[in-house]
Design a protein around this ligand. Structure first.
Ligand SMILES: [Zn+2]
Length: 313
């Protein structure tokens, strides 16, 4: 639809001229597809062929949650938008993370109440859960959905039901899971410094409100070849504690926030960028793909345990 494209492009240029923040899409469609495809290709032969060669359906779903945001529908957006990031600097319980999103919201509310009691209403307001973000919960919820989808596929095979709809459903969940894991490998999705440095300036880091979009979409589109992740992944590992492993992965991503700003300052992501800039992005994409492959593999193994009660179809 050329007219729609024209208006979208005009809108983006207008925002660029205003130096307004552009919408944050995680990795952009290309990065999300690279990560999902590399993770599926990394799976061993013990997984069914549909999971190892999911094809176009997985790639379509890999950035579906970003299209939910682009659609601009109010209730969907309120539910979905905070699932794409987590501002780790704000999280007040690094040692013992709540195991589900509702306990997490309660813990943030309790921390905010303590701040209000000490007369820090502005800091308390920053702890609103939808401002801190839910990425690890979106990831673990979709991981557990995938365990169920694989259990359903196994049950269907045992009961001699046609497997195709079960396989299609599992691929859909693999796609949704891939999205939030990929977002978790993008350093700017783990930080309050998500779109230009704020607060005291440590080293001349950019304050441009375009760095997020330029880094994750423009630079990936221009500078990262389609085969960039070939040969970059190790065989997937079984994760006995997927949520804990996922949090470690997020903190490893977060450790790359300052290096990202340092590289940006050196022009590493300008145009086709420098070798160091491309290497940095490929390493982040590979970290996302590796975590995703580990989760796919672990979900399959976990699904060998039967569900608590037999499924009804
Ligand atoms: Zn996203």
């Amino acid at each position: 639809m050329p007219r729609l494209q024209f208006w979208l492009r005009s809108g983006l240029i207008f925002l660029l001229l205003l130096n307004q923040p552009l919408p944050a899409w995680g990795w952009g469609a290309k990065g999300h597809k690279l990560i999902a495809a590399a993770a599926a290709a990394d799976l061993p032969a013990s997984l069914p062929a549909f999971a190892r060669r999911p094809g176009a359906a997985l790639l379509l779903l890999a950035n579906e949650p970003d299209r939910w945001r682009e659609a601009g529908l109010d209730a969907l957006n309120a539910d979905n938008a905070p699932n794409h990031f987590i501002d780790l600097e704000r999280v007040p319980f690094h040692a013992a993370w709540p195991r589900d999103r509702y306990r997490y919201m309660q813990a943030l509310d309790a921390a905010a109440a303590r701040l209000r009691a000490r007369r820090h209403p502005r800091q308390a307001a920053l702890l609103a859960p939808q401002r801190v973000g839910f990425d690890p919960y979106a990831a673990i919820e979709n991981y557990q959905r995938l365990v169920v989808a694989f259990q359903e596929y196994r049950a269907a095979r045992l009961r001699r039901l046609p497997p195709a709809p079960f396989a299609a459903h599992a691929i859909e969940v693999m796609g949704l899971l891939s999205h939030y894991v990929a977002d978790g490998s993008q350093p700017l999705h783990t930080t309050i410094q998500f779109n230009g440095w704020t607060g005291p300036d440590p080293a001349g880091y950019t304050r441009s409100r375009q760095i997020h979009w330029r880094f994750e979409t423009l630079f990936v589109n221009r500078a990262i070849p389609a085969g960039a992740l070939h040969g970059k992944l190790a065989p997937p590992q079984y994760l006995a504690h997927p949520f804990t492993a996922y949090l470690h992965f997020l903190f490893a991503t977060h450790a790359q926030v300052a290096p990202l700003y340092q590289l940006e300052r050196q022009g590493a992501f300008r145009g086709r960028g420098s070798a160091a800039g491309r290497h940095f992005v490929i390493a982040r994409l590979a970290a996302g793909a590796q975590m995703l492959a580990n989760l796919y593999y672990s979900a399959w193994r976990q699904s060998a345990r039967p569900p608590r009660r037999p499924f009804q179809f």
